[in-house]
Design a protein around this ligand. Structure first.
Ligand code: RVP
Length: 492
């Protein structure tokens, strides 16, 4: 038996002590970019992201819609693996197929629907125009467009059909799927269009380009895109069906894989990493985890992991610590693993990035995680709160909430992540099923988080994340100062 000297500390137990802010510390000058995969010290990682945020490998979090939005903001999503691999690969493909500026048509209606129905649809979605397809689906036969300018509830019967007031496809300007974004925008301005439907040779709707996205697109200067200008997306894998899942995900175009497990210090992870190296060399990039100490890091780094994920039991929906008694405070885990990462880099000349996963409840927790040595962070609760996450929005007790559940909850039944040796059954739960407060758009919230991280780095005199970590001065807070810090107490 061995008992570690230090107590297990959470991110909440640290504060940053400001250092000299120099003239170079301006928000425009701060570089939040991060390496995602291993690289030689002094060289650039083959995959970097401009915004060091990734979304958790969870069914309640990482959908194609969220993956596209996050890639637009410079981050990266990992599509969850608790589904048949063909379905997961289809999600990856949907992200890779999506051309920047071209969106899935999400407000669609059948020509036989009534004006009353389309009116309600547009009102609830806060949109002005719906796309009419033969079956009302996003990729059905394109039939026309109907907007709030095409009918008025007092002039036209709400029981009249959409077909009676829509502008028919034959009279509209459309473009083929080969159109580029700049050609599409020229058509939009030349023909004064609000919507440009992109339609294939068979007349099926492919996507739409919206005039109002023109400005939005210009806002994304840091998109995560591959060499072919497609959005980057990651995907979770497991140590059970990797022989089938990994080829399917690679074929679908996944940029990065990650072994998804609550406890990654296992021979099964080394085997999975070995499979990738044997079959793909360095062409396929794969992270591993989760671990909470230097031993776990070194084991996975030596087994070939491209990055290592840190954190056991800290997730906001996680009950692993109560159920199994395993885990470690996220701050202690990061301090230990970051020291091992740097020692490994000195010894081998290879830098293996760290992802801090779970329990980042505030933007300041993220700042502390970067100061303690995380290269990038993974967030579940944070992203689950946004419009773009796949979980339902509910109105309860006068509050808007989004559903959020753990992968170890009985709702997700993610047996491959929570292996208890019980076959395909989840022997006991390691996560809960609950709600998080709805917080609006991912774009606005990520902008705010970036602004706060930059403000922290400015106070600490840093202009990039590595410099922030190297120069960080942190202090553990005592129970007393922790209590006094709480605004609730100060106001009493
Ligand atoms: P959080 O951001 O605090 O919501 O944590 C998300 C992380 O929690 C995930 O990336 C994963 O590592 C972990 N998780 C997911 N499901 C569960 C569970 O059911 N226990 N835990």
């Amino acid at each position: 038996m061995k008992i570690l000297d230090e107590v297990s500390r959470t991110l909440n137990e640290f504060l940053l002590v400001p250092s000299l802010t120099t003239a170079a510390c301006t928000p425009d000058n701060i570089d939040l970019s991060a390496p995602l995969v291993r690289h030689r010290v002094g060289e650039t990682s083959p995959i970097r992201i401009a915004t060091p945020l990734t979304s958790a490998i969870m069914g309640a979090v990482s959908s194609p819609r969220l993956a596209i939005a996050l890639a637009q903001c410079g981050g990266l999503s990992f599509v969850h693996q608790n589904q048949p691999y063909a379905e997961q690969a289809a999600m990856v493909e949907a992200v890779k197929r999506h051309k920047a500026g071209f969106r899935f048509s999400d407000i669609n209606i059948k020509p036989s629907a009534t004006l009353g129905e389309v009116s309600a649809l547009l009102e609830s979605a806060e949109r002005d125009v719906a796309v009419v397809t033969d079956d009302g689906s996003p990729h059905g036969l394109f039939v026309g467009l109907i907007s709030t300018d095409d009918f008025h509830p007092r002039r036209h019967g709400l029981d009249d059909s959409v077909a009676s007031r829509m502008r028919a496809a034959a009279d509209l300007v459309t473009a083929p799927p080969s159109v580029t974004l700049s050609e599409a925008n020229t058509l939009i301005w030349d023909h004064r269009l609000d919507v440009l439907p992109v339609v294939d040779a068979a007349g099926l709707l492919h996507s739409i380009v919206l005039r109002r996205d023109y400005e939005l697109h210009k806002r994304f200067r840091n998109e995560s895109i591959d060499a072919d200008k497609r959005f980057r997306v990651g995907a979770g894998v497991n140590t059970h069906d990797y022989r089938e899942r990994i080829p399917a995900l690679v074929e679908a175009g996944a940029d990065l894989l990650c072994i998804d497990s609550s406890d990654g210090y296992s021979v099964w992870q080394a085997e999975t990493l070995g499979f990738v190296r044997e079959n793909y060399g360095d062409d396929v990039r794969i992270g591993a985890g989760n671990v909470v100490d230097g031993r776990g890091f070194r084991y996975l780094a030596e087994a070939g992991a491209d990055f290592v994920k840190v954190g056991i039991g800290g997730g906001s929906i996680c009950t692993t610590r109560e159920q199994k008694g395993i885990g470690r405070g996220q701050a202690s885990a990061l301090i230990d693993v970051a020291a091992e990462r740097d020692a490994y880099a000195r010894e081998t000349g290879v830098y293996v990035p760290l992802c801090c996963d779970g329990g980042l409840l505030t933007d300041s927790h993220m700042a502390i995680a970067f100061a303690l040595g995380a290269d990038f962070v993974m967030l579940g609760r944070y992203f689950a709160r946004f419009d773009e996450s796949p979980s339902p929005l509910v109105h309860l007790g006068g509050q808007f909430l989004k559903e959020y559940w753990g992968e170890g909850s009985s709702r997700a039944r993610n047996v491959s992540r929570y292996e208890h040796g019980g076959g395909s059954r989840l022997t006991f739960e390691e996560g809960v099923d609950g709600y998080v407060p709805y917080a609006g758009s991912l774009y606005d919230n990520v902008d705010l988080t970036i602004a706060k991280l930059k403000a922290t780095m400015i106070s600490c005199g840093a202009t990039d994340l590595r410099g922030f970590h190297d120069g960080a001065v942190l202090v553990p807070v005592s129970q007393q100062s922790f209590l006094q810090n709480s605004a609730e107490i100060r106001l009493r």
